[in-house]
Design a protein around this ligand. Structure first.
Ligand SMILES: NC(=O)c1ccc[n+]([C@@H]2O[C@H](COP(=O)([O-])OP(=O)(O)OC[C@H]3O[C@@H](n4cnc5c(N)ncnc54)[C@H](OP(=O)(O)O)[C@@H]3O)[C@@H](O)[C@H]2O)c1
Length: 313
């Protein structure tokens, strides 16, 4: 589809939270939404990197309405504190962009003992969305956009070993976390519908975009070779972050977006191109798995949603 950030409808009066706003796709989303006059809350784990991102946004949009709030998705206490600070300052939240992520890293744990990729990419966003739910439901036509990946197709929910304690595979853990993003996004839409809420839960993926994502694992492994290869692949095959963020921006703002839909690039193998509605794997539509993951996530994070459980379709 021939759609770019210039076609974002006027966002004045709307408040948007973008997780991972200081880098890659989160930065590009923040930049474009600020340029469309949204009030953008930059949710970043480092306030220094967040401040730097804010000044980069202001280079293009000097009067951008920005707010920096610290958020570490690898720490439930930080997520709770973020939600409390947000609620003190705002009556409602129009758009939540669950974007932050890490990919294929060596096994690490969050503050709460969750495997890092499952913990940050899924459980952290699950807790954040649940804690911000009242603010979301207080807005007019609110949206929750959750960023997944084409890699979700390789994901399996290993309910017996969600945290890779028995067996850990760095790509398997990433794929599982990105499948969990979709199971969550679709289940949230079903729960919005079951409560007659005027809210949309939508998923998106960027294809392959050159960002800092690909460099993290080589950095943690101290592998210069893997780092160089990732860099080379980015140069040869990736699209820009500015292009890669378009499905997220479309999902967050386009008037014809459908709740429970998934948006990605329309080009070769969904790796690049303009945003369009795309399909996700059969496993991502497994409603039993979605419900099981939901219950697990509520127990693990201690965050419960005040939304009715949908009847099975
Ligand atoms: N780039 C691609 O080709 C691609 C493809 C498919 C899906 N995605 C998805 O796109 C999303 C954005 O990734 P990106 O490509 O823009 O990567 P990126 O440039 O590495 O940005 C990731 C962002 O997430 C933040 N983050 C990491 N751990 C965090 C934590 N514990 N708490 C809060 N924030 C944290 C990072 O903060 P720091 O800067 O402080 O580390 C950074 O701001 C991810 O969900 C990723 O899975 C990307």
């Amino acid at each position: 589809m021939n759609w770019d950030a210039d076609r974002i409808p006027d966002q004045s009066g709307r408040t948007v939270v973008v997780t991972g706003a200081n880098s890659g796709l989160g930065f590009e989303a923040s930049r474009a939404l600020a340029a469309a006059d949204a009030h953008v809350v930059l949710a970043c784990r480092s306030t220094d990197r967040g401040r730097d991102a804010a000044s980069r946004v202001r280079e293009e949009t000097p009067d951008a309405s920005l707010e920096l709030l610290e958020l570490d998705l690898a720490d439930l206490a930080s997520i709770r504190s973020f939600a409390e600070r947000f609620e003190r300052r705002h009556d409602d939240l129009d758009v939540l962009v669950n974007n932050a992520g890490i990919m294929a890293i060596p096994r690490r744990e969050t503050e709460d003992g969750f495997e890092m990729q499952f913990g940050v990419n899924h459980l952290g966003h699950f807790a954040l969305t649940g804690l911000l739910l009242d603010s979301v439901l207080a807005a007019d036509d609110p949206r929750v956009v959750t960023v997944s990946s084409g890699v979700h197709t390789r994901g399996k929910m290993r309910f017996g070993d969600l945290h890779g304690e028995v067996e850990y595979d760095e790509w398997g853990a990433y794929a599982q976390s990105k499948l969990a993003n979709l199971l969550f996004a679709y289940e949230l839409q079903r729960r919005f519908e079951a409560s007659d809420a005027d809210a949309l839960s939508v998923a998106a993926h960027p294809g392959y975009a050159a960002t800092n994502l690909q460099g993290r694992a080589p950095e943690m492994q101290g592998s210069r070779l893997r780092g160089l290869l990732m860099n080379l692949a980015n140069r040869l095959f990736a699209q820009s972050a500015e292009q890669g963020v378009l499905p997220t921006l479309y999902a967050a703002t386009a008037p014809d977006v459908v709740g429970g839909a998934y948006y990605g690039p329309d080009g070769f193998m969904e790796m690049r191109g303009g945003p369009e509605r795309v399909e996700s794997s059969e496993r991502s539509h497994d409603q039993d798995a979605a419900r099981r993951l939901w219950e697990y996530s509520e127990n693990a994070t201690g965050v419960t949603y005040s939304l009715p459980v949908p009847t099975r379709a």
